[in-house]
Each structure stands twice: as C-alpha cells, then as structure tokens.
Ligand binder design. Structure first.
Ligand code: ZN
Length: 156
C-alpha cells in the first residue's frame, strides 16, 4: 500500500482507534480505512472509509472517532469520504486480525459468506440462532459439535 508509506504517521494515528464493536482490533486492521490523502496546500486531510457492511450503524461512529482522533493531533480540516464500492471484503483482514477475532470468540467472515466456522473447535458444522448478535453487525451462531455459542461477523 503506497499511501501507507507516504502518510505513515496518519495511518499510525488512525490505527490507535479501536473498532467500537470489537475493541481488540483497530479500524485500520478492520480494513475500514481505505485511503488517507494529505493536501498540504489546503491544510486538509481526506480520509476514505468503507463500512464493513452497507447497513452498518457504526458508520457514523467510525467517522466521529476518526475526526476526534485527528482533531486531538491538531488536524481540524478533515473530509471523510464514504466509499461503498468495492464492498468491504474479508480479504482485507490479515491472518493476524482473523486470529485476534477468533480469540475473542468471533468467527470472521469466510469467503462466500456461507461457511461459518466455530471459533472454539473450528468445525464448520454450525447453525444460526439469531440474525442479530451482540451488535447489529454480528449474527449469533451455535456450534453443532461443541455447542459453543459465538458471534459471526457479517460480511456483505
Ligand atoms: Zn465448536
């Protein structure tokens, strides 16, 4: 990622923001922050974000957290662009991030969004209990093998 090298300090700053729903990972790890552009001539920063799913109510919260974080370092002229395409994808999560989610008992989205893996025993023999889990962006599942209830992180 070229932008990550160019504006390393800003990426570092924004990676201090924990995901409001899953605090063990930050907004950069989550892949919500797509692009950071600095316009020194206008003394302005443009941040492009992609919400994890289109109906995600945390979108407004993401924006507020980013503005607040940048303002704390003296960046007040910030524009946030919400980019819905390409849609957020599980491919944007690193293996390390997926591991962190599993440790929290959250099954990260799998490719195709159809196979849901139990974070405890790794079985894919699972069933949905409720479309909405502890947050609207998660669904509640249970494992048919070890009976572990867990949250599945929805991916659209
Ligand atoms: Zn299990």
């Amino acid at each position: 990622m070229v932008t990550q090298k160019e504006f390393g300090h800003l990426w570092e700053l924004l990676s201090e923001i924990p995901d409001p729903e899953i605090p063990v990972i930050n907004l950069v790890e989550l892949g919500v922050i797509r692009h950071i552009e600095e316009k020194p001539d206008q003394d302005k920063i443009i941040v492009t974000i992609t919400p994890t799913y289109t109906g995600c109510p945390a979108k407004k919260l993401f924006q507020d957290l980013i503005l607040e974080k940048l303002a704390s370092k003296g960046y007040h002229n910030v524009e946030i662009i919400s980019q819905l395409f390409p849609v957020w994808s599980t491919d944007w999560l690193t293996d390390e991030t997926k591991e962190k989610l599993l440790k929290e008992g959250i099954s990260p989205p799998t490719i195709g969004d159809k196979i849901v893996q139990c974070p405890k025993c790794k079985s894919t023999d699972t069933k949905m209990v409720s479309a909405f889990g502890s947050t609207p962006c998660q669904s509640l599942y249970t494992c048919n093998i070890c009976s572990e209830p867990f949250n599945y992180f929805k991916c659209y």
